[in-house]
Design a protein around this ligand. Structure first.
Ligand code: HEC
Ligand code: HEC
Length: 323
């Protein structure tokens, strides 16, 4: 009942605000992409045992590049993975845990799944499969293209097993959100930003850039690392006002559907403590219609009146909260 009232109130407010819509271009800085890798890595490097801090496990580079095996550095941080999460099924169903990490904590270039409702996860995979949900970037973007490939080939039993598993895991924050006018000059490492050593700084402007503080740990798929997201000064406070009250009629308060402190409510997904890169991409996807699944219709109107700065702000605020 509470949810129904929230929905009705929200929809009435949306009807009033829907006319402020303006066209929007998805910014390239939100999709850092790697140059193609060198043709062959010397065999010597590919078989050397690699480590990450605080884990006793070792993997070789060849193992870390195997999309049919989720590199499990910290087995004690999650329950036993079903087969589809740990190994997937060749040739088309890559291991969910390879990208989303074994415990579903996700990475900035994909999505956290830990603690999302199982029915929500199943619906999203169905939307990727039907084409109702695409990535926000209008051209090819490998992580999202591969997600769509997995969705197209996974059986309903595999999706159900993965959904049940991920819904039982506990999300932890893997990002620190910092307000800065100037940020390190960046290069791209594994679809995220990393500081160029000795490269100095540049103005951030109206952008949200998520950095791997240790690019080697990112490349090794260390799922205990915390990323750093730089946002313009004032973003978190502005985002809080939008999320809690709709910022004086700009849009509907996000908390009306996403729950108190954006912790999620019924089938409305949690936003708190998730990667702000992921959240911002989704806001653009709703805005452009790239994400247009049946359950997502309310979001289309919610984002319509938001400027890019507003979207950065609300993604920054949500990401700054503890899940
Ligand atoms: C090759 C990497 C990769 C693999 C493997 C993968 N995913 Fe994804 N997944 C992604 C990316 C990238 C996104 C974000 C796509 C976007 O919105 O652009 C995503 C998004 C999702 C979402 C949406 C989350 C949300 O909050 O709405 C769900 C659910 C999901 N994946 C489930 C799965 C399941 C289940 C599997 C295994 C059967 C799987 N994924 C395997 C990369 C992957
Ligand atoms: C009227 C209810 C409603 C309101 C208000 C609302 N949302 Fe949503 N939101 C939804 C629903 C429903 C979904 C799931 C959509 C789907 O199934 O594709 C969603 C999904 C999202 C997602 C994608 C999450 C994921 O896991 O992929 C983001 C990000 C989001 N909302 C942000 C916001 C923000 C920011 C606000 C406030 C400015 C907001 N929402 C207000 C209903 C709402």
């Amino acid at each position: 009942m509470r949810i129904l009232v929230a929905m009705i109130t929200a929809c009435a407010a949306l009807a009033a605000s829907a006319s402020n819509a303006t066209a929007v271009t998805v910014p390239a800085w939100l999709f850092p992409m790697n140059a193609p890798p060198p043709a062959v890595t010397p065999l010597f490097d590919r078989v050397k045992p690699l480590h990450v801090p605080r884990s006793r496990v070792t993997f070789t580079e060849a193992q870390l590049n195997d999309l049919f095996s989720a590199p499990d550095w910290f087995p004690q941080t999650h329950s036993a993975m079903p087969d589809v999460v740990a190994r997937g099924r060749a040739p088309d169903v890559y291991a969910c845990g390879f990208c989303h990490t074994p415990g579903g904590q996700g990475r900035p270039e994909n999505a956290s799944l830990a603690g999302l409702p199982a029915a929500y996860i199943i619906q999203q995979v169905a939307d990727f499969k039907s084409g109702a949900r695409r990535g926000a970037w209008p051209a090819s973007y490998r992580p999202s293209d591969r997600m769509i490939q997995v969705a197209a080939h996974a059986t309903s039993e595999e999706v159900a097993a993965a959904a049940a598993y991920f819904s039982q895991q506990h999300l932890q924050s893997h990002v620190r959100v910092l307000e800065r006018a100037r940020v390190p000059r960046a290069r791209v490492v594994g679809s995220v930003y990393a500081a160029i050593p000795g490269g100095g700084e540049e103005p951030l402007g109206e952008r949200l850039l998520e950095f791997a503080p240790d690019p080697v740990r990112h490349e090794h798929r260390d799922d205990s690392m915390r990323y750093v997201a730089y946002v313009p000064p004032g973003s978190i406070g502005r985002g809080k006002a939008i999320a809690r009250s709709g910022a004086g009629g700009l849009t509907v308060a996000c908390v009306a559907c996403h729950g108190q402190d954006l912790q999620g409510m019924a089938l409305f997904p949690r936003l708190a403590g998730r990667s702000p890169t992921y959240l911002l991409r989704q806001l653009f996807a709703f805005r452009t219609g790239a994400r247009a699944g049946p359950a997502g219709q309310p979001m289309r109107a919610v984002v319509e009146s938001l400027s890019i700065g507003d979207m950065i702000a609300v993604a920054a605020y949500a990401a700054s909260l503890e899940p």
